[in-house]
Ligand binder design. Structure first.
Ligand code: HEC
Ligand code: HEC
Length: 499
């Protein structure tokens, strides 16, 4: 018999949820449910641990009643907004995921078996079956193997894949795994922010300047695309992405209608987000500082990799204490730290080595460059060229130790050009771009994320392997032997926290 929920029981659940919220100072009404049907205002600020995140809807008011991004238009009760929450920088933080688990006793559609659990065959009532989502914010991304290119043509991969370790049981499962009737590789990834798309979904030139290969084309218009959407650049356009997301994450059976597609893409192109307030520094857009989401409406597109045209030049006014009078010494101190963090990001060079699509493209290996060499796109900190780079976050031996993630052994065939730095046998948590291109060189290449709204959406990296901004900086320090001082690390963290 199913336990009957009494009114008293409901009150108890509410009271528990309330005290949980009090304890962790989480604001419950920040959660946006599918079908909530409120009108989105032009500007709204959402508290997070560092201050506030600002979200702007340029086409406001956005009516969400009947809107394809906000309604549960699939078969599992989820909407796009389920995993792309305004309060979380249009992504989803692990803190929010844990809160949903507690508030709904694991019954939120967020936890749907298809990809909100480690594998659909596991007992779904058991929190352990959702451990990757609950602990690292990771959704299962099942990709067919071999995959298809952007023209829908089956690829001929240069490597074979063996499953070395399968903690979720999905990659070896007879129904879901690599040996199943529909051979599938399951990797586990963080949701990417769906905002500031004006910059990210821009079109490219004709060739990928890093590889000399033609860029993928929009299957509808035939125009070249920038190849910066999704960790593996598998979606040429936002329209392609939306169709795929509806089919997979929402388990929608029929195609999206033209009107729904248009509604989704229109919404994505007009929503902007950035941190707008920092507890110590104060407003990020007042008294000469030009951060916050409003600055993104008419921001410059293009390269931002020198000091004349920096990637994020919003806090220069803080260089001059007399120009931007701080109210307290603590405020002044934090602001100065952000300015130093910006200078480290733009100018503190270190030896970048063995990163495919940076060190493999004729620039040299190693090269003495900066964060902004890779994160060079003005206003977002992505890469203006296709941004999938093997930073070493998923490939051994440089990846952070993640025993709960699958481990694959990829063996490249003799005729294929080997991975430039790892050879022909590579162990990885996520082959990244190589799952789409089939190229040995692309193994472990992951499209960098935008650096906006970071304070609202921990953990970081596509596989959630960095719990905090500090862990990101520590990863780079180890990976490239940078030798940052404690002060430099803190400055970088403070700088990243206000974007
Ligand atoms: C169950 C959670 C979930 C739902 C629901 C969901 N997404 Fe996502 N979204 C993700 C994940 C995870 C990724 C990253 C996947 C990857 O990198 O391979 C992502 C990536 C994206 C991106 C790429 C952003 C970028 O800059 O690369 C867009 C755009 C997007 N989603 C739109 C949508 C739309 C539109 C819908 C509804 C039709 C939707 N999402 C529903 C989890 C979700
Ligand atoms: C060799 C190119 C390269 C360099 C240099 C580089 N990055 Fe990255 N960065 C990447 C790639 C690629 C990713 C995505 C990796 C992943 O998700 O696995 C990334 C991800 C990130 C993220 C995570 C964003 C998110 O939403 O999860 C942050 C923050 C970041 N980098 C900051 C920095 C800082 C600070 C520096 C300088 C110390 C730096 N990066 C240097 C390529 C680079």
């Amino acid at each position: 018999m199913k336990p009957k929920i009494t009114i008293g029981g409901c009150l108890l659940i509410l009271a528990t949820a309330y005290s949980l919220a009090q304890e962790s100072r989480i604001v419950l009404d920040q959660w946006w449910s599918p079908g909530q049907d409120e009108v989105l205002p032009r500007e709204k600020a959402y508290p997070n641990s560092q201050g506030m995140l600002g979200v702007i809807n340029d086409d406001a008011p956005v009516v969400t009643d009947g809107h394809a991004f906000f309604e549960a238009i699939g078969s599992n009760g989820r909407a796009c907004v389920t995993c792309h929450q305004p309060a979380d920088g249009m992504s989803l933080s692990v803190a929010t995921i844990q809160e949903r688990w507690q508030v709904t006793a694991g019954n939120d559609p967020l936890f749907a078996a298809v990809d909100g659990s480690n594998c659909p065959h596991l007992p779904q009532d058991d929190a352990a079956s959702h451990s990757l989502l609950l602990e690292k914010g990771l959704f299962r991304i099942p990709l067919p193997w071999p995959g298809k290119d952007s023209h829908g043509k089956l690829i001929t991969p240069e490597f074979t894949i063996e499953v070395v370790r399968d903690p979720t049981g999905c990659n070896t499962h007879p129904e879901y795994g690599l040996q199943s009737a529909n051979p599938t590789v399951s990797v586990y990834r963080r949701p990417r922010p769906v905002a500031n798309m004006k910059y990210i979904a821009s079109t490219g030139g004709f060739f990928n300047i890093k590889t000399g290969m033609p860029l993928d084309k929009d299957p509808e218009s035939g125009r070249s695309v920038g190849m910066n959407i999704m960790s593996d650049a598998r979606a040429a356009t936002l329209r392609v992405q939306a169709r795929d997301a509806a089919r997979t994450h929402l388990e929608r059976k029929e195609e999206l209608s033209e009107q729904q597609l248009q509604q989704i893409v229109d919404f994505e192109m007009q929503v902007f987000m950035a941190q707008s307030f920092q507890t110590q520094a104060g407003s990020l857009s007042d008294n000469g500082a030009t951060g916050g989401p409003l600055s993104l409406l008419e921001g410059r597109r293009g390269l931002g990799d020198d000091f004349q045209t920096p990637v994020f030049g919003y806090f220069d006014v803080w260089r001059d204490a007399s120009a931007a009078a701080a109210e307290t010494p603590a405020q002044q101190e934090f602001r100065e730290s952000v300015v130093r963090g910006n200078d480290i990001y733009m100018g503190r060079s270190f030896w970048i080595s063995d990163a495919v699509h940076i060190n493999s493209i004729g620039l040299g290996n190693p090269i003495k460059r900066t964060c902004a060499t890779c994160h060079n796109m003005a206003n977002t900190g992505m890469d203006l060229a296709p941004g999938y780079v093997d930073l070493g976050t998923t490939n051994m031996p440089t990846a952070n130790n993640m025993p709960d993630l699958p481990l694959f052994k990829l063996t490249c065939n003799d005729k294929a050009p080997p991975h430039p730095f790892l050879g022909r046998v590579i162990y990885t948590h996520d082959p990244g771009r190589a799952l789409i291109s089939g190229l040995c060189t692309d193994i472990g290449a992951i499209t960098m994320q935008q650096l906006r709204g970071l304070s609202a959406r921990a953990p970081y990296f596509a596989n959630g392997s960095a719990d905090s901004l500090r862990e990101i900086v520590d990863f780079y320090d180890r990976r490239f032997n940078i030798g940052y001082s404690q002060q430099e690390k803190q400055d970088l963290v403070n700088f990243l926290s206000v974007l």
